[in-house]
Structures are given as structure tokens and as C-alpha cells.
Design a protein around this ligand. Structure first.
Ligand SMILES: [Zn+2]
Length: 67
């Protein structure tokens, strides 16, 4: 058994923090890591941090042809 190969979890780039993460959720075509998912659910919608997250999501999920 090659443990090195199985140990490597499939990592995806989180659209919010832009870091490769192994765990998270998919929202449409975007990937959001656990930490950012937690941020979204715990942050007030009026918080600038929340707005930042939403902007990151928009940037990632809206194709450039719509701009
Ligand atoms: Zn993240």
C-alpha cells in the first residue's frame, strides 16, 4: 500500500480564501472550505466580512461573459 498516495486528499481551491482545502462544500460550481462556510453562517449579513465573502462568490461563480 502506498500510503503517500492515499493520504493526499483531493484538494480544491476555496473561492473565498483562495487556499487549497481538502474539506468543504460545493455551492453551484464553487468550492467553499469548512472555515469559510462557518464564516458565512456565523457572520452578520451587514458585516463587511460577509460582503467580502459574497463578492468572492460572485467573482467565482459568474462567468466573465456577463460582465
Ligand atoms: Zn475558504
Amino acid at each position: 500500500m502506498d500510503s503517500a498516495a492515499t493520504k493526499k486528499v483531493m484538494e480544491e481551491i476555496c473561492v473565498v480564501c483562495e487556499q487549497p482545502r481538502g474539506k468543504g462544500i460545493h455551492l453551484y460550481t464553487s468550492f467553499i472550505c469548512r472555515d469559510c462556510e462557518k464564516d458565512i453562517t456565523s457572520t452578520d449579513t451587514k458585516d463587511p466580512k460577509y460582503i467580502y465573502i459574497i463578492n468572492q462568490l460572485k467573482k467565482a461563480s459568474i462567468p466573465e461573459i456577463y460582465s
